[in-house]
Design a protein around this ligand. Sequence first.
Ligand code: ADP
Ligand code: MG
Length: 162
Amino acid sequence: MPQRHLSLVDSDSTQAWGHHVAAHLRAGDLIVLTGELGAGKTTFTRGLGEGLGVRGAVTSPTFVIARRHPGRDGGLDLLHVDAYRLSGPSEIDDLDLDLEGAVTVVEWGAGRVEHLADSHLDITLRQAGHDGREVIVTGHGPRWDQGAIDNLVRPGSEADSP
Ligand code: ADP
Ligand code: MG
């Protein structure tokens, strides 16, 4: 599977990386975010929403499972999902999410949402030492070949040692 490793030294880097990733996304893309509480999943999504230019503040969707941020001027919507409370794939189906015209980002999505699209991007964040985050980006399906994954990595953010 096509994969890249990167390092994000602080919160601003996580948000800036999300902003960068947004420029390489298309309608129907599905991103599955994995990482413990506090890993930076929502921070990444906030940067992504900023990059897409969507309406509404991107926050932890604590009381809602899914929030759709409309795009501006015909741009892509951001569908931000927190799958933490969902037990598995069938509960996600009950939500009847509409991935068309949107980029869909699912926190805690691993094992729950992959069936919603024929390709998805897996982003795993974990704490690196006392600060910073290490990230592994893995492409699944025809949408995410190595070239598409390479585009997501900003120059200078490559991890020294994977
Ligand atoms: P999650 O959604 O995974 O629970 P958040 O995005 O809410 O995590 O982030 C939790 C905290 O971690 C926030 O205070 C955020 O600013 C901080 N954070 C995010 N990315 C980094 C990073 N690369 N290095 C250090 N702190 C970070
Ligand atoms: Mg979160």
